[in-house]
Design a protein around this ligand. Structure first.
Ligand SMILES: [Zn+2]
Length: 458
C-alpha cells in the first residue's frame, strides 16, 4: 500500500511540465509517471491542476524568539503552508540573535514544536565573530551566514540594532567589508553561503535625513548604496571563493553591479522580492506604511529592470523578506514606522503570475523552489519533483484567481505590501513530506515541521 497518489495533474518536473501521477511513500516521492494500479491510502485528484514543488523561502523573519507580538514560528508557518511554501529559512536577527551554536540549537528546539513547514536557520556574522564561532554554528546545522552591513549590535540585549542610540555603551561596531574579508577563507572552508544586506553604510550615513515624505525615504537610501555594496561583496566572493548571496535586490544599478560580477565569474547569487517586482514609489499613496522597508521600493524603472533581470536569469531567486510588525508599529509617521511587510503567503501565487506574464509560467518553481534549494544546501532532497526527493507538493488551480486580502492572511500581521493585487492562480492543497498541511488557504493537522541542515560541500 502506497501512502499517497496525486493523480491527473500537470506536474512540473526537472525536464519541464508533463501529465503524470506522483506516488509517495514515507514522505518521499517514489514514482513520477503514468497511472498504475497500486493500492493507495489516499488519492488526490489533481485533474486540471498544476502540481509544483513546495517553495523554499530563503528570507523570512519569524520574530521568534523575541517579538511574539509581531509573529512566531506557528503563525509564520501557517501562512507559509497556506501559500505553498513548505520550507522557510529564518533570519538570525531574533533575540537573542543567532550568533553562537547554543543559540541556534535553542531556536531550533523552540521552532520544532510550532513549525508547520520545514525550517532552516541562518546564523549571524558580527564584527567580532571568530572562525571558531562560525565553525560551531556550521556544526550545529546553520544554513549559512547573514551579515547586516552597517547595523550595530547590542551586546547586552543580544540584538541587531536598526536605529541605535549613538551613546549606548553596549553597542558593538557593525560588521563591514573588512569583517567579510577577514572571515572569508574560514567560510570558504565550511562551504556555506553568506547572505548580505547590501547597502553601503558610508553612503547611507551621508544621506541620512528625517523622513517626511516617500521622496525623503528614497533620497536617504539611494540605489548607489546598493550598487557599491554589491560590487564590494562580489569582489570578496571572487577573491575568496565564498558563495555570496545578495538579499532583497531593489535597484537597476544594484542589478547592473551584480550582473557584471556574475559575468566576471564571481560566485554570487541575487535575490529579489515580490514587492520590488510589483510595486514602485507611485504606489505609496495607496499602499501606505506596508511599503516602508529597507532597501526601499524604488522607481518604475527599477521595477522594470528587476523584472528583466529575473527574466534573463541574472536574478535566480525570489524570496519574500517576510518581516511583520504590529499595526501600532506601522500606524505612525513615516519616520517612526517600523520597516518591513509580511509576504510569505503570497510568494507562489505572485511568482506564477509574473512568470505567466513573461510568457513561461514554469519559470516560477525555479525561482521559488529549485534555485533556493541549491542556495540552502537542500538541492539533493528538496526543490524539485523527482524520485527520491521529499514529497513537498503544491496543488495549484491555474483557472482561479487570488486577490490578496488581509482577511485571508494567516500571519499574525495581515496588512502586506501586495494587498489588493490579483494573481491568476489559487493554491489548493499543500503537502509536506506527503502529509497535507494546508487546504484552501487554511492550515491542516499538527505542527510537523523539521529542522533541515544543509548538505555540506565538504
Ligand atoms: Zn530581511
Amino acid at each position: 500500500m502506497t501512502d499517497l497518489l496525486i493523480r491527473g495533474g500537470t506536474v512540473f518536473t526537472p525536464d519541464g511540465p508533463r501529465e503524470a501521477d506522483i506516488h509517495v511513500d514515507d514522505g518521499v516521492i517514489t514514482a513520477v509517471g503514468p497511472a498504475s494500479s497500486t493500492a493507495h491510502e489516499r488519492v488526490v485528484d489533481a485533474t486540471g491542476m498544476y502540481v509544483l514543488p513546495g517553495a523554499i523561502d530563503v528570507h523570512v523573519h519569524s520574530r521568534d524568539p523575541g517579538f511574539p507580538q509581531k509573529e512566531d514560528f506557528g503563525t509564520l508557518t501557517a501562512a507559509a503552508a497556506a501559500g505553498g511554501v513548505t520550507t522557510v529559512i529564518d533570519m538570525p536577527n531574533t533575540v537573542p540573535a543567532v550568533d553562537a551554536a547554543g543559540v541556534l540549537e535553542a531556536k531550533s528546539a523552540l521552532a520544532r514544536g510550532k513549525a508547520r513547514v520545514d525550517f532552516g536557520l541562518w546564523a549571524l556574522i558580527r564584527s567580532t565573530s571568530t572562525p571558531s564561532d562560525l565553525e560551531q554554528l556550521a556544526a550545529a546545522g546553520a544554513t549559512g551566514f547573514k551579515t547586516y552591513l552597517g547595523y550595530a549590535f547590542n551586546t547586552t540585549r543580544k540584538q541587531v540594532m536598526y536605529a541605535p542610540d549613538s551613546d549606548d555603551p553596549d553597542l558593538e561596531a557593525p560588521p563591514d567589508y573588512g569583517t567579510l574579508a577577514r572571515l572569508a577563507s574560514s567560510v570558504a572552508e565550511l562551504g556555506l553561503p553568506v547572505v548580505v544586506h547590501a547597502e553601503d553604510p558610508a553612503i547611507l550615513a551621508a544621506f541620512r535625513r528625517p523622513l517626511e515624505t516617500y521622496e525623503d525615504l528614497l533620497a536617504a537610501r539611494p540605489a548607489e548604496a546598493e550598487a557599491i555594496a554589491v560590487s564590494a561583496v562580489a569582489e570578496i566572493a571572487g577573491s575568496s571563493g565564498v558563495r555570496m548571496h545578495v538579499a532583497h535586490l531593489s535597484s537597476a544599478s544594484g542589478l547592473a553591479a551584480g550582473r557584471e560580477a556574475i559575468r566576471a565569474g564571481a560566485p554570487l547569487t541575487l535575490e529579489t522580492c515580490p514587492q520590488y517586482l510589483w510595486r514602485c514609489d507611485a504606489d505609496f499613496e495607496s499602499v501606505g506604511m506596508a511599503m516602508k522597508m529597507f532597501p526601499p521600493v524604488r522607481r518604475a524603472a527599477d521595477r522594470e529592470a528587476l523584472n528583466a533581470g529575473l527574466s534573463d536569469g541574472t536574478i535566480s531567486i525570489v524570496a519574500t523578506d517576510h518581516a511583520p510588525h504590529t499595526d501600532d508599529e506601522k500606524g505612525v509617521s513615516l519616520d517612526a514606522a517600523a520597516s518591513g511587510s509580511p509576504g510569505v503567503q503570497t510568494l507562489y501565487a505572485s511568482s506564477l503570475e509574473l512568470a505567466k506574464r513573461m510568457g513561461d509560467v514554469w519559470r516560477a518553481p525555479r525561482w521559488v523552489a529549485e534555485a533556493p534549494a541549491r542556495l540552502a544546501g537542500l538541492g539533493e532532497t528538496k526543490g524539485v519533483i523527482a524520485v527520491g526527493y521529499d514529497a513537498d507538493l503544491v496543488v495549484v488551480d491555474p483557472t482561479s484567481p487570488t486577490i490578496v486580502r488581509a482577511t485571508q492572511m494567516r500571519s499574525r500581521q495581515r496588512h502586506g505590501v501586495l494587498e489588493g493585487l490579483r494573481f491568476g492562480f489559487t493554491v489548493r492543497e499543500v503537502f509536506l513530506r506527503g502529509v497535507l498541511v494546508a487546504r484552501e488557504g487554511r492550515k491542516v493537522g499538527r505542527a510537523s515541521g523539521r529542522f533541515v541542515r544543509p548538505a555540506r560541500a565538504h
